[in-house]
Design a protein around this ligand. Structure first.
Ligand code: UDP
Ligand code: MG
Length: 334
């Protein structure tokens, strides 16, 4: 680009972090891995193909070994011998993907940072396109899945419903069909680092920090090797985590539900009194009593459960435990 820029060009072509568009960029690729010995080799191979020609891009590859119990770590160390741009953050146990991502973002040194799954479900070919968008002046470039045929029907449906519900009851809008795969400017990652909560629903935190955002669409392919670490139950818990992280609506709904039930029973009481006055006492009523007792008991238990959910979160946050513990960082200094 020409050196004689106008003032407005200058503004548009620097990022929130102040990184200029022209200089050679360092790209940090953050890859959480949990029992992925089979997948890491394929992943690096593909990455190599994508960045072979990119002379203006320095790579900084951060693998976070999230307490793998197979030989993922030894595989990574083996691969590191041929590729000194790899660093390995080895966590002390399995802390879950959200914590592993947090660890990786903290370790990343680049001007731009891209979290990515190791199983090639987030195509690395998209990263150069994301960098182009970043060069246009965007701080965040989202990868949006336009086709999720590779996911099961139930996973697609439950995800659609989750986003609908979440976006209805929360002030924070989560973009649909967008995972953790995205490019972020240094400033965005620094902002994320300032968020102190220890229960980290990354999708929500990513959306919460904001910044100038662009979107690139892609088709999500099948996993390269190994199997998914998330089953139905863990996805359900993940959804609860998301909703309780960013919305108080489930807590407040009880005031309205309680009022509605109380109002209805008041009307019902009036109705019974009138009926007694007109027709005299009526002994049968066993069924309706049992139904209303169990119904109200159920509603109360759900209410208590939801309060418990939030109380539990407060309890865990109040301990201020670190999000993860690092056992060791492996890096080759040159
Ligand atoms: N992962 C992790 N810790 C976990 C579970 C998963 O670091 O406790 C990593 C996993 O190795 C992969 C990424 O998170 O790189 C996405 O996992 P997966 O492909 O199983 O999720 P899915 O694509 O099925 O949602
Ligand atoms: Mg996957």
């Amino acid at each position: 680009m020409k050196s004689s820029k106008t003032m407005t060009d200058e503004i548009i072509q620097t990022h929130s972090s102040g990184s200029s568009i022209d200089e050679a960029v360092t790209l940090s690729i953050v890859v959480p891995v949990f029992n992925e010995a089979e997948a890491v080799g394929y992943f690096l191979e593909r990455l190599k193909q994508v960045f072979e020609k990119g002379a203006r891009i320095n790579l900084d590859i951060v693998f976070v070994n999230d307490g793998s119990t197979d030989n993922t770590l030894s595989r990574l160390l083996e691969l590191q011998r041929d590729n000194t741009t790899i660093r390995i953050v080895d966590l002390s146990r399995n802390f879950g993907k959200e914590a592993a991502l947090t660890a990786g973002l903290k370790a990343a040194k680049g001007h731009v940072i891209v979290p990515i799954d190791v199983d090639l479900q987030d195509p690395p070919e998209l990263i150069p396109k994301m960098i182009e968008k970043w060069r246009e002046g965007f701080d965040v470039v989202l990868g949006k899945r336009i086709n999720r045929d590779s996911d099961s029907w139930s996973k697609q449906k439950s995800s659609t419903w989750f986003y609908r519900l979440h976006n209805k009851i929360s002030d924070l809008q989560l973009p649909e069909n967008v995972g953790d795969f995205r490019l972020m400017d240094r400033a965005v990652v620094d902002a994320l680092g300032e968020l102190t909560e220890s229960r980290r629903f990354m999708k929500g935190l990513f959306a919460w920090v904001g910044f100038r955002t662009a979107t690139i669409e892609y088709t999500r392919p099948k996993r390269s090797a190994g199997r998914s670490k998330f089953n139905g139950w863990s996805l359900w818990n993940f959804a609860l985590e998301g909703i309780t992280s960013f919305s108080n609506a489930p807590l407040r709904i009880w005031t309205y539900l309680g009022s509605a039930v109380a109002f209805t029973s008041f009307i019902f009481a009036l109705f019974i009194m009138l009926r007694v006055l007109v027709y005299g006492t009526d002994v049968p009523g066993y069924a309706s009593i049992i139904v209303s007792i169990t119904f109200l008991g159920g509603i109360q238990l759900i209410g208590i459960g939801i309060i418990g959910e939030y109380l539990g979160r407060t309890y865990i946050e109040s301990k201020h435990r670190p999000v993860y513990l690092v056992r060791r960082i492996y890096e080759i200094k040159d």
